[in-house]
Design a protein around this ligand. Structure first.
Ligand code: NAI
Length: 360
């Protein structure tokens, strides 16, 4: 079979660190195994436009492996008009929104991901981002690098997490892990919004209250973390209109997908102080262009930006888990065995998960 992987470039870092498995250099650690089985394995980071290696190799590819970190956008047009032989679109990681799932359904292409592989890594990142924003960490550190010392300028916009209402939009694997990790901070309350409410026992254990009305949920939170997939129901969800329903001065942490938040609306709300901070690692286009407004946006006090490149789910620990999971999915596919049900997003022409939008 022909297998095409679109991964990110590791450069010197990947040569120095072989555990950087998600790179074009280290090839998910599966290159020699695939070769020993007689498969053709092509790896590239060149993914944009019709002349990219991705698009040129796609027509006779049987299995496409991509990651959310350097997403090769498998659009409806590519699926319908170029991916003639594609049988499996495998996301090495979690989040398959870079694949047009409706088109994959139409063409009966299986879409699978390594569910759960990096959810703890992301949950830890979310907690870090919350503390970063709420405690006004980035401008405080910048002072040190600039040889400055002005405690008041930082402390005037620094708070504790203790005593705050903290909510997750989406309470799946990551959302639940975030809630669990917040308990020791003694928040005033933990709340969540999800159209798949948690089983009562789980919600009770986490001490999290379900608020089924989105506007009410947002109006109660001092800190909102976004942990839902990107799909038709969440694309552009957090826009200027919805931001009016947030508590003034709330903090947003979004490690789910950049396009859930409208780029310009977020920057404007931050600059006007409607929100006090925005952090995360996901962007509406990746890699983010140099002039992306989220790189330099700030609140009126000169802080509130906790953006990084997309790396929360690609720690070395996570890379081992998603590389192993990728191999497992491939092994099952080659042998014609059933996939682990939780790894399936689309199979046999229908959605196999309830996470990508409400479906009866
Ligand atoms: P999950 O499938 O376990 O949970 C997602 C939850 O979101 C489900 O409970 C679902 O009902 C809920 N949901 C979906 N649409 C919703 C809506 N419109 N309103 C409210 N809730 C909604 O997924 P998991 O593992 O928690 O991951 C969530 C997302 O996080 C992934 O889809 C991916 O986009 C992102 N992610 C980001 C990573 C990173 O490196 N930054 C790594 C891993 C995941």
């Amino acid at each position: 079979m022909k297998i095409l992987a679109v991964l990110y470039k590791g450069g010197k870092s990947a040569v120095a660190e072989p555990r950087l498995l998600g790179t074009i250099e280290n090839r998910l650690g599966i290159a020699s195994w695939l070769k020993s089985l007689g498969h053709e394995f092509i790896v590239t980071d060149d993914k944009e436009g019709p002349n990219s290696v991705f698009q040129r190799e796609l027509p006779d590819t049987d299995i496409l492996i991509t990651t959310p970190f350097h997403p090769a956008y498998l659009t409806g047009d590519l699926i319908r008009n170029k991916a003639h032989k594609l049988k499996l679109a495998l996301t090495s990681g979690v989040g398959s929104d870079h694949v047009d799932l409706n088109a994959a359904n139409e063409k009966k292409i299986m879409v699978a991901e390594v569910t759960g592989s990096n959810v703890t890594s992301v949950a830890e990142h979310v907690i870090m981002c919350m503390l970063n924003l709420v405690r006004n960490f980035v401008p405080a550190h910048e002072q040190i690098e600039k040889d400055q010392w002005d405690v008041a300028a930082i402390a005037r916009n620094a708070f504790d997490l203790e005593g705050k209402v903290i909510g997750t939009l989406g309470a799946g694997r990551i959302g639940q892990r975030v809630l669990k990790r917040l308990v020791p901070f003694d928040p005033k309350e933990l709340v969540y919004y999800d159209y798949n409410p948690l089983p009562e026992a789980v919600a009770n254990e986490l001490g999290a209250r379900h608020i089924p009305d989105l506007h009410q949920f947002l109006g109660e939170c001092d800190v909102v973390t976004v942990n839902a997939p990107l799909h038709e129901g969440t694309r552009g969800l957090i826009n200027t209109e919805l931001l009016k329903h947030f508590k003034k001065g709330a903090f947003i942490v979004n490690t789910a997908r950049g396009a859930i938040c409208d780029r310009v609306s977020i920057a404007k709300a931050l600059e006007e102080g409607q929100i006090n901070g925005y952090a995360g690692d996901v962007w509406d286009v990746q890699p983010a262009p140099k002039d992306h407004i989220w790189r330099h946006m700030k609140n009126p006090l000169g802080g509130g930006n906790g953006m990084t490149p997309h790396y929360s789910g690609t720690t070395l620990d996570a890379q081992k888990r998603y590389a192993d999971g990728t191999r497992d999915i491939l092994e099952r596919f080659f042998k014609g065995e059933d996939q682990i049900p939780a790894n399936l997003i689309v199979a046999d022409g229908r959605y196999a998960t309830r996470s990508y939008g409400e479906r009866k």
